[in-house]
Design a protein around this ligand. Structure first.
Ligand SMILES: O=C[C@H](O)COP(=O)(O)O
Length: 262
C-alpha cells in the first residue's frame, strides 16, 4: 500500500530563522501520523530545517539541484551537497522553473538521474498550462513530460520516485482541477508508467496532486484512488494549515481505502 506523502514547497519564502520556527511549530501539530511529511525550504534555509526536524517524522527536500555532482557551475547546487546537508527529497521540474528558468524535459531527465545518484528521492512535477488544457492537450503534454523526463530509469527507481501532477493554471490561483479531472490525469500517468516500466513499479510510484491545495479541499483529492498526496505551495507556509492538510489527508485516505475494501 502506498504511503501518503504531503510535501510543502516553500518556494522563495522563509529565512533560515523562519524555517526553523515553522518546523518547530509544525512538530506538535502533526504528531505521530502515518503520512510522510516533507518540507522544501529555499537552499539557504535547508540546514536550519534539517536541524529542527531531526528525530521527527518530518523530512526535508530541496526545490532543485544541478545535474552534475561538482564543477565550475557558478550558482548551482549539486545532489551530493544536498545529501550531505541531510535532505531526503528534491523537487525537480516545477512549472515555475520551466517557465522562468528554461527548465526542459531534457534537463528534468538529467536532474532526476542526478538525484538518484545521490540517493535523493525526486518529486518530479508535470502539468499543462491553461492554453494547453483549453486545446484539449492535457494528456498529450503530461505524456511527453513523463516519457521524456522519466525515460532511461529502472523499475526500481520508478517505484521510489514521486510524481506531482500540477496543472499550471491551478498554482497559486485559488482554482483547482476537479478531483475527478485530477484522478483522470493521475490514473493516466500511472498507466503510462506501467507501459514504460511494468505494472508493479507503477503501482508503487506515488503520485501527488498540486495546485491551490488547502485544508478545505484536500479530502476530496485524497478520496481518489490514484492520488497519494499533495504538493502544497501557499498553504504550506503556515504550520496550522499545513498540519490540517496532513491530518485531513491521513483521515480521508484511510476512509477511501476502507471503502474500497467493502
Ligand atoms: O509546488 C506547489 C505548487 O506550485 C502549488 O502551489 P499553491 O499550493 O500555492 O497553488
Amino acid at each position: 500500500m502506498r504511503q501518503v506523502i504531503i510535501a510543502g514547497n516553500w518556494k522563495m519564502y522563509k529565512t533560515a530563522g523562519e524555517a526553523r520556527r515553522l518546523v518547530e511549530d509544525l512538530k506538535p501539530l502533526v504528531g505521530a501520523t502515518q503520512v510522510e511529511i516533507v518540507v522544501c525550504p529555499p537552499f539557504t534555509a535547508l540546514a536550519a530545517a534539517v536541524n529542527a526536524a531531526s528525530g521527527t517524522n518530518i523530512s526535508v527536500g530541496a526545490q532543485d539541484l544541478f545535474w552534475e555532482d561538482e564543477g565550475p557551475y557558478t550558482g548551482e547546487v549539486s545532489g551530493p551537497m544536498l545529501k550531505d546537508l541531510g535532505c531526503r527529497f528534491c523537487i525537480i521540474g516545477h512549472s515555475e522553473r520551466r517557465q522562468y528558468f528554461g527548465e526542459t524535459d531534457a534537463s528534468v531527465r538529467k536532474k532526476v538521474q542526478a538525484a538518484f545518484r545521490s540517493d535523493l528521492i525526486p518529486i518530479v512535477c508535470v502539468g499543462e498550462t491553461l492554453a494547453e488544457r483549453e486545446d484539449g492537450k492535457t494528456l498529450e503534454v503530461c505524456r511527453r513530460q513523463v516519457e521524456e523526463g522519466l525515460g532511461g530509469l529502472t523499475p526500481e527507481k520508478i517505484a521510489r520516485l514521486v510524481v506531482a501532477y500540477e496543472p499550471v493554471w491551478a498554482i497559486g490561483t485559488g482554482k483547482t482541477a476537479t478531483p475527478q479531472d485530477a484522478q483522470e490525469v493521475i490514473g493516466f500517468i500511472r498507466e503510462l508508467l506501467g507501459k514504460m516500466y511494468g505494472k508493479d513499479p507503477a503501482q508503487r510510484c506515488r503520485i501527488q496532486y498540486g495546485g491551490s491545495v488547502k485544508p478545505e479541499n484536500i479530502a476530496s483529492f485524497m478520496e481518489q484512488p490514484d492520488i497519494d498526496g499533495a504538493l502544497v505551495g501557499g498553504a504550506s507556509l503556515d504550520p496550522i494549515s499545513f498540519a490540517a492538510i496532513v491530518n485531513t489527508a491521513a483521515e480521508a485516505k484511510g476512509k477511501q481505502r476502507a471503502h474500497s475494501l467493502i
